[in-house]
Design a protein around this ligand. Structure first.
Ligand SMILES: Nc1nc2c(ncn2[C@@H]2O[C@H](COP(=O)(O)OP(=O)(O)OP(=O)(O)O)[C@@H](O)[C@H]2O)c(=O)[nH]1
Length: 413
């Protein structure tokens, strides 16, 4: 469900953009027609740039998509090139088959054996759809026609029932992949698949609609590469929440009033020793996801190890107290379901005063564990006006919380 929400968040803006541009294209404004013929090479240039940048960032599938997407457009621009002409089945449908195969694969890079493998996959997928199309096209397909008539005709009436059925089937296969792994990369590739049938859109404005669809795809590819690099730089790899680098950048935007909170998982070392590092990692991810749910306007970062920083901009300590207590309780009461340890954990006795409770329900499969966190709070003040000084105060307060028995919130002025 969360994956589909992510996909919707990434796909909907691109589709709205395309819907608007399709409406504009259909209006056939003279300026657009002029632009379309004068800038006819623009989509090819944009795709070439997107492909080269994708290549630079080792997004080999995106680079291949960019290259392949040029083909149906080149067929429209230069109808005399006979090897590009393919109407039965149409070229975009064959490309869609190859791309759907690639979307289930991984980025393999362009070393010769991998490039050959990718090209083989592309050819096999296109040939399979070619054969299916030829087989089915030779038969009466009343059942398919009535099946397709259930689908929204507004978008599908431009295609034969067989083409429409194949497009929809391939899109569903791709959607399953993206639903399972909605990365930026997959979402961008999927939206480009959604747009692909538009390259076969019939009518007077075909060139213009293809141009707009291809430009949208190129922008989407570039955006996805930039987003990925941004995430690599500013997101913590293990937990997916903003990293220390993101914190240091965020600090620049803070005004004169804010509160810094340092949070630390209690007895995490003995937790690691008991359950193993892999389970420790799972717990870190789950705690991080609770930290990001802090209320009261707080923003959570992974500072490093099992330490987190939460910043409350424009707030006084008194204003955030209830929110922090709620977060502390939320984490302490949260039964985290984790997979069993991948490797035997060291036999370490938990200390008597350990408050890290680990309740094992099933020692081999899923387990439910609970951890607690300690919190240290410090506001920006006259004496600690620099961020690092405020953080040091928050660290001292965290130390107080640990000394006071852990699983509590302590403040320093
Ligand atoms: N699994 C996992 N463990 C980590 C990671 N980063 C740090 N740790 C572990 O976190 C533990 C931190 O232990 P300590 O600093 O001794 O503190 P603690 O056991 O949490 O005890 P208190 O802070 O005093 O409550 C160490 O065992 C680190 O190996 C990580 O990314 N993954």
């Amino acid at each position: 469900m969360q994956n589909l929400q992510l996909l919707a968040k990434r796909a909907i803006p691109a589709l709205i953009l395309l819907y608007i541009s399709t409406l504009v294209a259909q209006s056939a404004h003279p300026l657009l027609i002029k632009w379309s013929s004068q800038l006819s090479y623009l989509p090819l240039i944009a795709l070439a740039i997107a492909g080269l940048i994708a290549l630079q960032f080792s997004r080999s599938r995106m680079a291949l998509f960019s290259l392949m997407l040029m083909l149906p457009y080149m067929a429209q621009l230069w109808p005399d090139i006979s090897w590009l002409k393919h109407d039965s089945p149409p070229l975009p449908l064959l490309l869609m088959a190859s791309m759907v195969w690639l979307i289930w694969d991984k980025d393999r890079g362009f070393a010769l054996p991998n490039a050959l493998l990718s090209i083989t996959q592309v050819v096999i997928a296109a040939s399979a759809v070619y054969l299916i199309f030829q087989q089915l096209n030779a038969q009466p397909l009343d059942w398919l026609t009535s099946l397709v008539s259930w689908l929204p005709q507004r978008y599908l009436s431009a295609y034969s029932p067989l083409e429409a059925a194949l497009y929809v089937t391939l899109l569903i296969i791709a959607l399953i992949r993206v639903g399972l792994r909605p990365t930026n990369n997959h979402c961008a590739l999927f939206v480009s698949l959604l747009l692909l049938p538009m390259l076969q859109y019939p009518g007077k404005q075909q060139l213009l609609i293809s141009q707009l669809a291809l430009l949208t795809m190129a922008v989407l590819f570039l955006f996805s590469v930039i987003m990925d690099s941004h995430n690599m730089a500013f997101r913590d790899e293990l937990t997916g929440i903003p990293s220390r680098r993101a914190l240091m950048q965020y600090v620049q935007t803070l005004g004169k009033k804010y509160v810094v909170v340092m949070a630390d998982i209690d007895h995490f070392k003995s937790f690691n020793d008991t359950y193993g590092h892999d389970v420790g990692d799972q717990v870190l991810r789950l705690v991080a996801s609770r930290m990001t749910k802090v209320t009261g306007g707080g923003k959570a970062f992974r500072y490093g190890g099992e330490e987190f920083t939460i910043i409350f901009p424009r707030k006084e300590p008194a204003e955030i107290k209830a929110h922090l207590e709620a977060l502390r309780e939320d984490i302490a009461n949260y039964k985290m379901v984790i997979r069993g340890p991948d490797r035997p954990a060291k036999k370490t006795k938990q200390t008597a005063q350990s408050r890290t409770k680990a309740k094992t329900k099933d020692s081999t499969a899923k387990q439910s564990v609970q951890v607690t966190c300690s919190f240290g709070v410090a506001p920006r003040s006259q004496t600690s006006s620099e961020f690092m000084a405020v953080m040091k105060q928050a660290d001292q307060a965290l130390y107080d919380a640990k000394k006071a028995g852990r699983n509590c919130v302590k403040s320093r002025a």
